[in-house]
Design a protein around this ligand. Structure first.
Ligand code: FE2
Length: 115
């Protein structure tokens, strides 16, 4: 594992492991996606598509570990994930769950007035 600092505390070392693993999973998603779109044999296409989806699952597991363990991830993920506003505007639109009016839990229920 390559660190940018000489001495890395153990928790920071785990962050580095998770971040590097996430990088590797995303790289694998990219490779499999390219093979998926270019494969000419239908069975091979199915296999690499399956493999791509497995790598996406691995990447998601690492993102969730980072959310649970490394400062900064939870708030940003609550702001940017599962929103419908344009991504460049979501932080200020209030459509995200982060920032002001932050809500707990991923499956927040929003009750609006009936018309
Ligand atoms: Fe993987």
């Amino acid at each position: 594992m390559q660190y940018i600092e000489e001495k890395v505390e153990s928790k920071s070392a785990d962050y580095a492991r998770a971040l590097k693993s996430l990088q590797e999973e995303l790289e694998a998603v990219n490779y499999y996606q390219q093979r998926f779109v270019t494969a000419t044999d239908s069975e091979l296409k199915e296999i690499v598509g399956h493999n791509r989806d497995e790598e996406i699952e691995h990447a998601c597991m690492l993102v969730e570990w980072l959310r649970r363990n490394m400062a900064g991830w939870d708030e940003r993920l609550r702001t940017y994930l599962f929103t419908s506003a344009p991504l460049t505007e979501v932080e200020s639109s209030g459509d995200g769950h982060g920032g002001q009016g932050k809500q707990e839990g991923a499956g927040d229920l929003v009750i609006r007035a009936l018309r």
